[in-house]
Structure formats: structure tokens, C-alpha cells
Design a binder for this molecule. Structure first.
Ligand code: PMP
Length: 454
């Protein structure tokens, strides 16, 4: 059997029974063949037909140190020989304790408790439930509402979907979702001409402050994606917004939930995005890069104040009863321990700063393209906003599916770019080289030509 037969057979077997996430399956019948992958190494994925793809989006933003990373491979393999899983109620194990200790060491001071779940949405559910339940246990049962930002994304289970705001994912399910209060986004793409990121983000805080003042008595928490609203198309804001938000939440007695699921672990130029604002949230949700992109695991870090509100005599029924079968899975924790070990033993953040500077240089010329409204960057996340008309910033009609043209073009050049609408972005594993960044920039350039030529 030739390699391409192998590929096609596997794709056909897949289409007979599988149903993929975030996908209109009809697309795969003809226009957009599924791509079976048989192996990965570093930033590269290899298909069953031998084709190679540079994973410029870290396989949905999870991979940090490359596919088949030797150190993480060895850690998972060693754990496999000892213990694959054990119930996490009544029992514990060393990998979980090590990960919790490392997270507390690395996170902003004051986040001293770690609650595990098994994916990002579940972490958001945990933070939302814990905040609500905290106020109830503290005798403030009226604090039941949540404030979110326009264009935010926090996952797709019903609670996480409710506190998010991307219409594409949310609107259809609106009848099933709790009602939330939505503040305008500090997104700097919307800034006035001549206005700095800082000025714009600070100005956008005024309506949030007003909502907080009006609703604090009935609000449990504000939830934000610090610095980058990734699913909204890598929309970015200035850390000053987060500093103001932290101050207001503290003044008005409202929790702050930082969803660092996508931006945590070095993506924004610091280990956690909150560091750039000098803040400590009441809850920090982590997942994705936590295991280096190996296995599903998430964690909610919180304060001892929150923990103590649940600590009581059993009969008072104040405990936090949220459980997933795979909570604290030892294999996932072993991958996380190895990943955090890389951060603690190597100058990852310093190297990322160099790579980020290289990304900026490599893409600088794209900013002048007649169909590019903006090239924006926060650390290792770089986004190119492709528009129909640069002057008025008019977007292309989504039905034209120009992002798909860019996706296919990039694949034909051996790069996995997966634009969000018409926003091309790079969020590569940190083991990428400057030469590979140059390749990405060149592929982005020709992909923009392909998507805007018609
Ligand atoms: N929050 C943010 C900011 C995310 O980007 C994502 C995933 N893209 C989630 C939550 C949900 O994580 P998961 O897909 O693991 O449920």
C-alpha cells in the first residue's frame, strides 16, 4: 500500500464513524480532506503520506516544548510503569503533590490552593461554582451573577459558555445559559487613531467600573482572559486594564477569575499574563500548556481565604462537591511535573523574548499590506488581521471563507496555520527556531496573497 493510500483509507474510516470538534463535517467530504497524522517531533507533524507540517498553532495552543519531547516522554513513560490512575478522593500521589507545590511556587503570591480538573472548560466551571459557593458559605447568598467581557471565550460546557461571549459558539444555546453581565472589551484593535494601547484599555475600564459599582452586591466574580482574548481572534489589551480591574474588584468585594488557560505558561512573555499587571486574581484557571500539550489536565489556583470558606464540620454541608473521575490523573500530572521542571531549570521566558522579537522582525513588512489592518503581538502570540478594506477596516464577509483559503494554502507549503475568521496567527511551540519563524512569516505572506487576490 502506498503512503497516500494509507492516508486516504484512514481518512475514510474516520469519516464513517467520527464526528470532529468545531467542524462542519460536510466540509470533509470533498473540499477539505482530513489529514491523518502518524507522528510528531519538535514543531513538526508528519502525515501518513509522509507530508510534514510545521505546527504553528501548537495543536490548539497546548504544545509548549515540541511533540515527542524527550524529557516529557520519559516522565510519562516512567509514571506508566508505576501508577496510571487512582481515585483522587481519599487518595493522593506524588506527581499531584509535586505539581501543586510547583504551581504555588510559580504563580502570583497568595494563590496557595490547587484544585484539579481535567480540561479548560471544567476549570472554568470549578472557578465559577467555587466563587458562587464561597459567597453563599460566607452568608452572601445574593452574590450570584458574573461579569464578563465582550468577545471573551472560556470554553463550551454550559457554565463556561455562559460566561463567554463569542456569538458563534454561544448564540444558539442562549436558552440554556445563565444570564451574565457583559462589559465592553478593552480590545485595542478598536482604539482611536493616535490613541495608545494603554490609553484605550484604561478608557475602556470606565464602563466596567460602572457595572461593578451597580452590580457588586449581586455579583460573585468578574472573569477575564488576561492580555489576549484568543478565541475572539487574538484581540489584545494593555495590562493597565487588569490592574484597574483588580483594584475595583478588591474595593467592591467581587472576585476576579483570571482564565489563563490559553495565555498561561509563557505565551505572553511572562510565565503568567497576570504578572504584567502585577496582580493576583482570586482564581486562576490553568490547562492546555500545563502538561506541555500531552494529556488533559487543568487546575484552579485560589487563595486560603477561599479555601477556608469551605472548611467546616461535615454536617454543615459546606464542602465543595465537584468531581471528575480523572481528577489529578497521575500520567497527566507526571507530564505537568516534567513541563514545570523545564520552566524551573531552563531560561524559557528569556528565550521566548528573543523568539518573539524575531517574530516581530520577520512579519514587520506585512503591516504595510493593503489588506492587513494590523499586525499585533503579545509575547509569543502574533496575529495578522486581514480585512477587505484597510482604510475603513471593513472585514470580509465570513461566508467567503477566506481564512480557509489561507489554511489550505499554508498546508500546501507545509505549515499548519488555522486562521480564526480572517485573522492569521502564530502561537508556536517554544522549540521553534528563527529559521522556522522566517518560514512562517513567508507562508503567511503568500497565504494573505492567496486569500485576498480574488
Ligand atoms: N478558556 C480559554 C481562554 C480557552 O482558550 C479555552 C480553549 N481554547 C478554554 C477556556 C477551554 O478549554 P478546553 O478546550 O480544554 O475545554
Amino acid at each position: 500500500m502506498t503512503n497516500s493510500n494509507d492516508r486516504d483509507r484512514l481518512a475514510a474510516r474516520d469519516l464513517a464513524h467520527l464526528w470532529h470538534p468545531c467542524t462542519q463535517m460536510k466540509d470533509h467530504e470533498r473540499e477539505l480532506p482530513l489529514i491523518p497524522i502518524r507522528s510528531g517531533s519538535g514543531v513538526w507533524l508528519e502525515g501518513h503520506d509522509g507530508a510534514r507540517y510545521l505546527d504553528a498553532i501548537s495543536s490548539w495552543w497546548v504544545n509548549l516544548f515540541g511533540h515527542a519531547n524527550p524529557r516529557i516522554n520519559a516522565a510519562v513513560a516512567a509514571q506508566l510503569g508505576k501508577l496510571e490512575h487512582v481515585i483522587f478522593a481519599g487518595f493522593t500521589h506524588e506527581p499531584a503533590v509535586d505539581v501543586a507545590e510547583a504551581l504555588v511556587r510559580l504563580a502570583p503570591a497568595g494563590l496557595e490552593r490547587c484544585f484539579f480538573a481535567d480540561n479548560g472548560s471544567a476549570a472554568v466551571e470549578v472557578a465559577v461554582k467555587m466563587s458562587f459557593h464561597y459567597w453563599r458559605n460566607r452568608g452572601r447568598a445574593g452574590k450570584q451573577r458574573f461579569i464578563t467581557l465582550a468577545n471573551s471565550y472560556h470554553g463550551e460546557t454550559l457554565g463556561a459558555l455562559a460566561v463567554g461571549n463569542v456569538a458563534l459558539y454561544k448564540d444558539i444555546y442562549a436558552p440554556l445559559l445563565m444570564d451574565v453581565i457583559t462589559a465592553p472589551s478593552p480590545d485595542c484593535f478598536d482604539r482611536e487613531a493616535g490613541e495608545s494601547w494603554e490609553e484605550h484599555s484604561k478608557r475602556q475600564f470606565a464602563p466596567m467600573r460602572a457595572l461593578l459599582e451597580r452590580h457588586a452586591h449581586e455579583t460573585a466574580a468578574v472573569i477575564v482572559e488576561p492580555l489576549v482574548q484568543c478565541a475572539a481572534g487574538m484581540r489584545m489589551h494593555h495590562p493597565a486594564y487588569l490592574t484597574l480591574l483588580r483594584e475595583a474588584c478588591t474595593d467592591l468585594g467581587v472576585h476576579l477569575i483570571a482564565d489563563e488557560i490559553a495565555v498561561g505558561f509563557g505565551r505572553t512573555g511572562t510565565l503568567f499574563a497576570c504578572e504584567q499587571a502585577g496582580i493576583r486574581p482570586d482564581f486562576m484557571c490553568l490547562s492546555k500548556g500545563l502538561t506541555g500539550g500531552y494529556l488533559p489536565l487543568s487546575a484552579v489556583l485560589t487563595t486560603n481565604d477561599v479555601y477556608e470558606a469551605f472548611y467546616d464540620e461535615y454536617a454543615k454541608l459546606n464542602a465543595f462537591l465537584h468531581s471528575h473521575s480523572y481528577t489529578g490523573n497521575p500520567l497527566a500530572c507526571a507530564a505537568a511535573r516534567a513541563t514545570l521542571g523545564i520552566f524551573e531549570s531552563q531560561p524559557v521566558i528569556a528565550r521566548n523574548r528573543e523568539l518573539a522579537a524575531h517574530m516581530a522582525r520577520a512579519t514587520a513588512s506585512l503591516a504595510d499590506h493593503p489588506h492587513v489592518a494590523e499586525v499585533r503581538q503579545t509575547g509569543m502570540i502574533l496575529a495578522i488581521e486581514v480585512v477587505k478594506d484597510r482604510g475603513s477596516r471593513t472585514p470580509y464577509d465570513f461566508r467567503e471563507r477566506r481564512g480557509l483559503v489561507a489554511y489550505r494554502h499554508a498546508l500546501s507549503r507545509g505549515v499548519l496555520l488555522r486562521p480564526i475568521g480572517n485573522v492569521l496567527y502564530f502561537m508556536p511551540p517554544y522549540v521553534i527556531t528563527p529559521d522556522e519563524i522566517d518560514l512562517l512569516a513567508d507562508v503567511a505572506r503568500t497565504a494573505i496573497e492567496a486569500m485576498t487576490c480574488a
